[in-house]
Design a protein around this ligand. Structure first.
Ligand code: OFO
Length: 172
């Protein structure tokens, strides 16, 4: 059985994962309207992954005899200045999520909840991967700068990454 403290912390994380999903979905939709097929496919897929992170938490909380709550969410921004601004935001957001996961892990140790601590290790590894990928993309975009040709290739590369997992398509 989960303690009240751990339940509340997990529900807060459920909200953050849901907000991440909405945020990336808004970025994906904007990118699609700009004709950036690869960037939008990548971000649609990323939004789906965040939803999966939320779902995994809800199911875990329920499995442990508490109640995973579906949160109300604020509307994310509709417009973005540029692709590089988007990926700066993605990195910044992922760093914030990592900090929250670490706080959550800390709470489970203080509460001596080793089962939840163990469950959260998946999120710890996931954050390492997500931060590394976001950093890589931010660095690539720095190299691209204002070069339109470079952006074309960046978009094509992201199409490849998203396509490899079959994500991002409207019909999916
Ligand atoms: Fe849920 O991993 Fe990113 O935020």
């Amino acid at each position: 059985m989960l303690s009240k403290k751990v339940t509340e912390a997990l529900n807060k994380q459920i909200e953050l994962e849901a907000a991440s999903s909405q945020y990336y979905l808004a970025m994906a939709s904007w990118a699609e309207t700009q004709g950036l097929k690869g960037v939008s496919a990548f971000l649609y897929k990323h939004a789906d992954e965040e939803r999966m992170h939320m779902l995994k938490l809800i199911r875990f909380v329920n499995e442990r005899g508490a109640h995973g709550l579906v949160p109300a969410l604020k509307q994310p921004p509709a417009n973005f200045k540029s692709v590089s601004k988007i990926f700066d935001e993605v990195l910044h957001h992922e760093v914030k999520v990592t900090e929250e996961i670490n706080k959550l892990v800390d709470i489970t140790l203080k509460e001596k909840d080793y089962t939840t601590h163990n469950f959260l290790q998946w999120y710890v590894s996931e954050q390492i991967e997500e931060e590394a990928l976001a950093r890589e993309l931010v660095d690539k975009l720095k190299m691209v700068g204002d070069d339109k040709g470079g952006l074309y290739f960046f978009d094509r590369d992201l199409q490849g990454i998203a396509g490899a997992a079959g994500g991002g398509k409207a019909e999916a």
